[in-house]
Design a protein around this ligand. Sequence first.
Ligand SMILES: Cc1cc2nc3c(=O)[nH]c(=O)nc-3n(C[C@H](O)[C@H](O)[C@H](O)COP(=O)(O)OP(=O)(O)OC[C@H]3O[C@@H](n4cnc5c(N)ncnc54)[C@H](O)[C@@H]3O)c2cc1C
Length: 386
Amino acid sequence: MNLSYSADEERFRAELRAWLSANPPGPEPERLDEWVAYGKAWQRRLWEAGWSGVAWPAEYGGRGASLIQQIIFQEEMARAKAPLLINLAGLTMGGPVLIAHGTDAQKRRHLEKILAADEIWCQGFSEPNAGSDLAALRTRAVLDGDHFVVSGQKVWTSFARYADWCMALVRTNPDAPKHKGITFLLIDMHSPGVTVRPLRQISGDEDFNEVFFDDVRVPRANVIGEIDAGWDIAITCLMHERQTLTFSRQLQSSVALHDMLATARARGTARDSLARQALAAVVVEAHAMRYTAYRNLTRALRGEVPGPEGSIEKLFWSEMYQRQTETALALLGPHGLLEKDSAHAVDHGRWPHLFLYARGRTIAAGTSEVQRNIIAERVLRLPRER
Ligand SMILES: Cc1cc2nc3c(=O)[nH]c(=O)nc-3n(C[C@H](O)[C@H](O)[C@H](O)COP(=O)(O)OP(=O)(O)OC[C@H]3O[C@@H](n4cnc5c(N)ncnc54)[C@H](O)[C@@H]3O)c2cc1C
């Protein structure tokens, strides 16, 4: 591993840091609808300054940043406590998929609006009976002239309530083997027959949704790639999701850890010997996580095909994050139960909220059990699951 940066990379960092200090994102609103307006305005400012879609090729409005520059971008955003980009699904999955598989007309129609957050995208993959086994999906799309008629249900669709476009996997050939006969279709969320119902999570947030399609007419021109050949595109999409999330995960948890140590010091907890042991344990794990992320980065920089280390990282990070937030609550004692509406809440109730939100991390983007299966088969060479 080489942990140093070139002069060019340092220049990139300095330019971004200067821009962020002149354009601080400001505090994030607590209410989701206010956050959405704030998130759109923030991403628009980034776009106007050329900082939206840094990983996209310059010819499509991005910055053509190298992998290291993308990491620097994430580090500086974390350092500035900037919010997650609101159009994450569009920036990290939709745009790259269009660039790789879209027609010129599709690229012209969508790419700039994704970068500027003029239109928000969501990912309509999971269904009530198709999550880990995604290829079991049943939402149907039947061709009728130059339109598809779509009927079925998606679930856990993040941000669907605020989305303008859904990249949906639909079954176009029910007679083909299950990985065949799936098409990648762009659905306008404002079409007649689309109903979105928010789901309230344990954390009180409502960023998940159920999405119902009742005979929704979708132009055939909205197919990405070929009809019945959407599975491979879905895999490209999930690989983009994984690659982008990989490094930002450990940055996200190190920011939380840094703040947790500051809170422990400010409250005097850090002087207690048992608390110190607990804090040291999470710090050690965070360091192990950081170097695992660097090892994966090194592989990617050498141009090696992503291997099962992505699963090791996802598994370790999501479970570590839960232990970290559990430690924060244990250290706060009874105050750990107080949520943001209480006058005595610590750090505006951030820790119980993070604790509850962290539960979903071992589910999203592949559950811990699924990651363990991958590790068992591809690292330990155990027999394949039947
Ligand atoms: C925060 C968050 C955001 C999400 N956002 C989106 C989104 O925007 N769009 C979208 O399409 N989806 C989204 N999802 C859904 C996510 O992809 C699924 O929840 C995930 O793939 C698991 O599917 P499932 O919930 O149907 O659980 P299931 O697949 O039904 O699994 C249920 C349980 O069975 C276990 N299990 C399943 N198969 C195996 C196996 N082969 N071996 C051992 N154990 C197994 C699982 O580990 C789990 O414990 C999101 C989920 C979360 C938590």
